[in-house]
Design a protein around this ligand. Sequence first.
Ligand SMILES: Cc1ncc(COP(=O)(O)O)c(C=O)c1O
Length: 434
Amino acid sequence: MTGKVLERESLHACLDSPVMGSITFLNEVMGRFPDAISFAPGAPHTAFFDDIDIPLHIARYRRYLEEERSLTPAQVDRLLYQYGPSRGLINELVAQALRTDHGIDVPEESVVVTVGCQEAILLVLRTLFTSSRDLLAVANPCFVGLTGAANLLGIDTVAVDDTEECLDFAQLDEVCRRARASGSRIRAMYVAPDFSNPSGSRLGLAARHRLLAVAEREDFLLLEDNAYAFTATDAAALPPLKALPGGERVVHLGTFAKTCMPGARVGYAVADQPVRQPSGGIGLLADELATVKSMVTVNTSPISQAVIGGILLQHRGSVAEAARAKSELYQRNLRVLLHALDRHLGEGARAPAGVSWNRPRGGFFVRLRLTVPADEPLLERSAKEFGVLWTPMSHFYIGSGGDHQLRLACSYLDPEQIEEGVHRLARLLRAVCP
Ligand SMILES: Cc1ncc(COP(=O)(O)O)c(C=O)c1O
């Protein structure tokens, strides 16, 4: 290598946070053990990629613009090939899908179409958090994209335990009390009520109402991430926080990565909260997010938005319909995983001591508890000697925690791989948890 060498310590301190290394760490381990069965990545299954017809989706969206919006072909060209509005192009279709699929009834002006849900998280955090007195409460363990974005922006997080049963509401009360006593405030709380990443846990209906009531009493906003809600069966689906009474306090965050395709990098934020301007006029929080976005990614690729728009139009404006086959595949994979765990690690299967796991009813993830540390040396041994990879749960904990837990993701694998992977995992666990 040539050129001036930069000292690592001369770069921003956010790079030193452990959360920043966790994706690189997993990619590195997967790269070193390409033949291992990997329960590590929460990536969508590739089975549906063959059916993606990009030109067809774009053509459908173009036709919609010409026929429904009365644009000329030249105007459509400009819309798709030129820089575009920071707020987005397909906001109307996103608002319609939210109404159809989730009963979230918001004007299209309150939607900002973002470069994945990850950008939506970044924009919301940047806009809401103004000083070191503003704290972000998070359901712990937590999606690393959220803790990583908070770290980039220098936002302090406080943990509220997300146990197998429920959020620890007593701890949330205590977190709020302590923040007040120290002159800080909980500005917002991040939750993924439907099958969270990493623990697969879910907030029941009573807990959703209770959380909204706490947010009201303590005057904070809820940041609701609904990335995995589409994996609920129709019978088991619960209303999102945003659609419940008190939902005005909720900024709803979504992604088309799992429901349509991750490569499009399209997500959104719904921010219909009124904002009083210094002039006295009232705007929307979405306007402010769009202003921040104009200095981050300018606008989400119109071509990508056209692809997602075309997919929505193909499915009568419903993401749930567009993602029905995917939802069924993920439900099947989860059943296969739970069944394999029962057979290889459950009672009567020479069960290793003290191994237990939760039984999510949707999502991509299962949380396994061990009596020995599920740490990086164990992962290394698991990969080298047993040919199976997983994610140490400690990566997802704020501060310390999760040392004896691991995350299994079942989204990316086929049933035979899940079966064989659990078989290998069981051999590892029998060797280390006698
Ligand atoms: C809970 C959660 N939210 C958001 C995202 C990121 O979504 P996107 O790919 O749209 O940035 C993920 C990705 O894995 C996720 O697990």
